[in-house]
Design a protein around this ligand. Sequence first.
Ligand code: NAD
Length: 437
Amino acid sequence: MAQPVKIAPAKGKLGILLPGMGAVATTFVAGVELVRKGKSQPVGSLTQLGTIRLGKRTDGRTPQINKFVPLANLKDLVFGGWDIFKDNAYQAAANAGVLEHRDLEAVKPFMSKIKPMTAAFDPKFVRLLDGPNVKKGKTKYELALQIKDDIANFKKTSGADRLVACWCGSTESFLKPGAVHATPKSFEDGMKKNHPDISPSMLYAWACVTSGVPYANGSPNLSVDIPAIEKLAHDNNVAIAGKDFKTGQTLMKTVLAPAFKARMLGLDGWFSTNILGNRDGEVLEDPGSFKTKEESKLGVLEHILQPDLYPQLYGKMHHKVRINYYPPRGDNKEGWDAIDIFGWLGYPMQIKVDFLCRDSILAAPIVLDLVLFLDLAQRAGMRGIQEWLSFYFKSPMTAKGLYPEHDLFIQSMKLKNTLRWMVGEDLITHLGREYYD
Ligand SMILES: NC(=O)c1ccc[n+]([C@@H]2O[C@H](COP(=O)([O-])OP(=O)(O)OC[C@H]3O[C@@H](n4cnc5c(N)ncnc54)[C@H](O)[C@@H]3O)[C@@H](O)[C@H]2O)c1
C-alpha cells in the first residue's frame, strides 16, 4: 500500500457560495435541506450513495465513499450566493418551477432566509437578462474587490470555517482566451482598464481564487479556465474544476460513444436536438451564449472517437447540436438524439435516444458532489486543476498539452482511483490474474 495523503479533518461548517441562484442552485440547496430533514433521498449523488471497492474482489471491502474519505457532513453545510434578481432562494426556486409545491413548502423558512448578494453583472455577456440586484463600480477591478468583501463577510456572518464556490450563473457569450487572460498581471491590469474580454464570471473566479476559496465552474463560460486564474490557483494553493455540468444529453453521449468505439462500430452522424423552456433555455436563444454551449457540447465525440486514429470508422461523421427554447416544457428538457451507426461490412443502423429529463434534478447532485470533493481536495493540499473531477463536466479542464478524457467510465475509474490514492489504498487495475494462477 502507498503512503496516504495528509488530509486536514472536515471540522466546523462548510460555506457553499453560489454565483447565480437560479434553477440549478436552488434545486441543490432545497434538496440538501430536504435530505437533512430526512424527507428525501440524495439520488444521483456519488458522495452520498456511492461505494468504492478496495483490494481484491474476494476481500469484500466496499465502504461507502463518505465513510472512506473525510467529506464534510451535509449537516455542516451553510449557503450563500449572488444573483441579479433580489428574490430569496425560496422565491427563486418557486419561479424556476422545478420542485413541487409540497417539497418547497417543507423548506420554505430555511430557503427564505437565503438572500442573494448583489451581483457583478454585465448585460453584454448575457444579452437576454437584466436585473436590479447589481453592484456599482467604475472598473471591473472594483467589482471584483467587492466580491472579495462579500466572501469575507459571508465567512464571518455564516460562521463557516471553510468555503467553496460553484458557478451556477447563466451561460455567457462566447470568448476566446487572449493576451488579457494570459497572466495574473495582465488580468489585473485588464480589470482595472475594463477590458471587454473580461466577463463577470471571471471576476467571481478571480475573487474566490485570490481569497483561497476553491471554485468549480458549472457553465461552459471561459472563466476559471484561463491561464491567469489557473496560475493564481496554483500559487495560492486553491483547487479549481470545470467546466459545464455533464447532466443529460452529453451524459448519454459519453456512455454510448465509448461503447461504439470499444466494439469498433462506425458512426456516420449524430444529430442532437434539445427542447427546453427554462431561463437557461431562454438565455441560450442568444447566438453568443449558444455558441459557448455548442462548443462545449461538440468537443465530446471527437475526443472519445479519435477520428485521426480510426479514419475508416469516424473520419466522416457529422455531429450537430441544436438547442431550442420552447416554454411549455419548462425545466423538463427533451434531449433527442438520432444516431447513425454502421457495422460489419459497412451496413447502416440507427439508434434513437429520447431522454425526457429534468435538467436541474440532474444537475443538483453534481453541485453537491463537486463542492464536497473540492473541499476534500483543498484539505488534501491538491492545488490547481482537479482533473479527477472530469466525471462531472462536459468540457473537463486539463493541464496544458493534455486532451480531456470524456469517456464516463474512464472518468469514473480515475475519480475512484484518486480517492484510493488519497487514502493509500492500492489502485484497481481490473487485471485479476491471481484468481487463475
Ligand atoms: N441544468 C443543467 O442540466 C445544466 C447542465 C450544464 C450546465 N448548466 C449551466 O448551469 C447554469 C445554471 O443553469 P440554471 O438552469 O440554473 O439557469 P438559471 O437561468 O435558472 O439560473 C442562472 C442564474 O444566474 C443568474 N446570473 C446570471 N448572471 C449572473 C451574474 N453575473 N452574477 C450572479 N448571478 C447571475 C441569473 O439571474 C439566474 O438567476 C447555466 O449556465 C447552465 O448552462 C446547467
